[in-house]
Unconditional design. Structure first.
Length: 735
């Protein structure tokens, strides 16, 4: 534990962080008395303060929850029943090691599925140890695909050749117009201090427009204008905005000529020269539900209010063809000359050019600059031949090689993840987990996935170990996560578990010989010149935070715009690729070389709407970080799980506020309380994601989990189509 700051009444204050995959990373100061955390504060130091939201302030209830898993467990009933017997660590680890060897020897190492995800926010306590362990054992099968932003990743690689496409948030004060498209930072944070800088921008005179099917807290707090839109049609509206900008001669021709390739092909598509269909605001109104006049007005504003920041959130990309929305956003930014300038933005993945995403020695993201490397990053069929997409994880287990998947999976090793709850088509996931011969799960709580474990290993929380963390996405600060309290007596970190398993498996790796402190030190030192601003590790540990002082906002592509000859874009052409030859070479009609609107399945015009007429979207809930915090009593009081439904849709179904309703389609059924409101557009309903799956004897979910209803097939660019989902809603009839 670091040297703690002293406070009155014999308390000491230990700095750490609120670090989940929650959209932010904040400073937490924990007051300790007699070895116990008694209260929590947040950043009160120099500006900009990294202040906690409700989730960070509720961490004490999380760590001290009576529902924490406190000792190793062995399944005693059927999978999913959550009937377990307490066992010793010796028995638990011996069993896991024995099963790893048995599965490897009987079926080969590829029969072992290793699944880790975003439940770990620290840089040291990460998946690297499990991956190293199983690599020494001979290998394993893993999936791919980021549930949050895979469509944006695909689009940014295609258009810019990099994921570093954003400006630091302090640059928002320089914008005259800010368009938040499918972004709700008032609740989902979307980068710590985004709301803080939006306030500054608004005070400086910026107009803020929010495009979203829901009237969110961000709309209520910041927006001058709310534009509701049908889910899955965002690309149509953006392309219609491009039409207006072209027709009214508002596009930046010099910028397009100097910095882009493929403008002519895109212009031909937008104006209708390619296919005879002009992508006008009237064309888009029929698809999006947004009035043509509203589309035209926003297009003119964005083209003329320079500098303007279009921030494309990830939610619209979580649709059937979500990568087209993200590519269209970047083209709008290029058309208006807002790329690489202060107050503007490239409308890409939003990672800012400050602070590395991960230390280079642990990086799994290698952005090759060669044509072949770039092509392979976008070649989805090639990637699928090696690893299943997480959207198809359940089919990969159920069908194996006979279904065209790379291996026959017999065992799942799951840590820092809750895939049954968080991946699409939960009911199929239940069948897949029941097919496996053995499942081991590292967990803190009895989650939906943990209920299916054969061996369940209790792990520590971030307060019970040391670590360090970067900003969410990237940003000008780092956090040292000091150990705050001693772990629960029979819990271990993932690192400790892997070290114990390595001994049993006869694996010798210097990685497992590291102490926690030395491992953290090596990781920080491995950053080298990438983060020269951390000269004093002891001070960093003592303070718990290191803020990088920027002389001015960091602007992505500033050098490419000011000195293009010396600083080409990281694409094969060296320019912004409106037309992407790498996509053209894939020869797939679902992945065109220019951004296009493709009618989504389970969208507003799908014939399936005759049976399931409402579009379901899932949103980041203010009381959770994905499925974390679900049982936290403070946060449960903040906003109970409910189904948002428009007054008009509710009246048509004789549904009143607080009625119990059934939400259903061919994949499953959810029983939930209705929230009848004008804050969601007609034809759309919404459930907060992350609610824990809780089925009854009939298989109906009473937890309110939208993934009981979502389709388990990836979008062409690899995105997760959570928001392309058709359902019907009925008032629950008492039985």
């Amino acid at each position: 534990m670091s040297e703690a700051q002293q406070s009155p009444h014999s308390e000491k204050v230990v700095p750490t962080g609120g670090c989940y995959d929650c959209g932010g990373r904040c400073v937490i100061k924990v007051h300790i008395k007699d070895g116990k955390a008694v209260r929590v504060e947040t950043d009160d130091g120099d500006e900009p303060q990294l202040r906690a939201c409700a989730r960070g302030r509720a961490l004490r209830q999380q760590v001290y929850s009576p529902q924490r898993l406190r000792f190793p467990l062995k399944r005693g009933g059927a999978r999913g029943e959550a009937k377990f017997e307490r066992i010793s660590w010796e028995e638990a680890l011996d069993t896991v090691a024995g099963e790893l060897l048995r599965i490897k020897e009987k079926y080969g190492p590829e029969a072992i599925l290793l699944h880790t995800y975003s439940g770990q926010a620290g840089m040291f306590h990460s998946s690297i140890f499990l991956r190293s362990l199983l690599s020494h054992l001979g290998g394993y099968t893993s999936g791919w695909g980021g549930a949050s932003a895979e469509a944006s990743v695909f689009a940014s690689r295609a258009t810019y050749g990099t994921l570093t496409t954003g400006n630091t948030r302090d640059d928002l004060v320089n914008s005259r117009l800010i368009i938040l498209w499918g972004v709700n930072p008032a609740e989902s944070i979307y980068g710590t201090n985004t709301s803080f800088y939006l306030v500054q921008a608004k005070e400086a005179g910026a107009k803020i427009v929010v495009v979203d099917p829901r009237h969110t807290a961000t709309v209520a707090t910041f927006a001058d204008e709310w534009i509701p839109i049908r889910p899955g049609t965002d690309a149509a509206m953006m392309i219609a905005m491009a039409y207006v900008i072209i027709e009214q001669d508002l596009h930046d021709k010099k910028f397009l000529s100097k910095y882009t390739v493929g403008w002519e092909e895109f212009e031909a598509y937008v104006t209708g020269r390619e296919d005879g269909i002009a992508k006008s605001p009237s064309w888009a109104e029929d698809r999006t539900g947004v009035p043509a006049a509203v589309i035209a007005s926003l297009a003119r504003e964005y083209a003329t209010a320079k500098p303007a920041a279009l921030i494309p959130g990830y939610a619209p990309g979580r649709t059937a063809y979500g990568e087209q929305y993200h590519r269209a956003a970047s083209v709008l930014a290029a058309m208006t000359g807002n790329v690489g300038i202060s107050g503007g933005g490239a409308a890409g993945f939003e990672r800012a050019p400050v602070g590395p995403m991960v230390p280079p020695s642990f990086s799994q993201l290698k952005e090759g600059t060669s044509y072949q490397a770039q092509l392979q990053a976008l070649d989805i069929p090639r990637r699928l031949r090696k690893h299943p997409h997480f959207c198809n994880l359940w089919d990969a287990v159920l069908e194996g090689k006979a279904g065209g998947y790379p291996s026959d999976i017999k065992m799942a090793y799951i840590a820092a993840a809750n895939p049954l709850n968080q991946f699409p088509n939960v009911n199929k996931g239940v069948r897949a987990l029941n097919k496996l011969e053995f499942i081991v799960v590292h967990e803190q709580f009895m989650t939906a996935t943990a209920r299916f474990a054969d061996i369940l290993l209790p792990v520590t929380t971030i307060w019970e170990r040391n670590d360090f963390a970067r900003a969410w996405l990237s940003g000008p600060y780092f956090l040292y996560l000091n150990k705050v309290i001693e772990p629960l007596p029979e819990t271990k970190s993932d690192f400790e578990i892997c070290r114990e398993l390595a001994k049993r498996l006869g694996i010798h790796d210097p990685l497992f010989d590291l102490s926690e402190g030395e491992g953290i030190r090596q990781l920080i030192n491995s950053m080298g010149d990438m983060v020269p601003e951390i000269p004093d590790l002891e001070k960093f540990q003592r303070d718990g935070v290191h803020k990088i002082r920027l002389a001015h906002p960091a602007i992505s592509f500033e050098k490419q715009i000011k000195q293009p000859e010396q600083n080409p874009f990281r694409t094969p052409s060296g320019k912004i690729e409106i037309y992407c030859q790498r996509l053209s070479d894939l020869n797939s009609p679902d992945i065109p070389p220019i951004p296009k609107y493709i009618e989504p399945w389970e969208g507003p015009n799908d014939p399936l709407r005759k049976r399931y007429p409402l579009q379901l979207i899932s949103f980041h809930h203010k009381a959770r970080a994905h499925s974390c915090f679900y049982t936290n009593p403070w946060l449960q009081e903040l906003e109970p799980q409910s189904l948002w439904i428009n007054t008009r849709d509710a009246e048509a179904r004789n549904i009143k506020d607080n009625d119990q309703v059934r939400v259903f389609n061919s994949r499953g059924e959810v029983i939930i309380t209705a929230k009848v409101t004008e804050r969601i557009m007609p034809g759309v309903v919404a459930l907060g994601e992350g609610a824990w799956y809780c089925p009854d004897e009939q298989g109906r979910d009473w937890g309110g989990n939208p993934n009981v209803l979502t389709r388990d097939h990836y979008a062409p660019g690899g995105g997760f189509p959570f928001n392309s989902c058709l359902v019907e809603v009925e008032k629950l009839t008492p039985q």
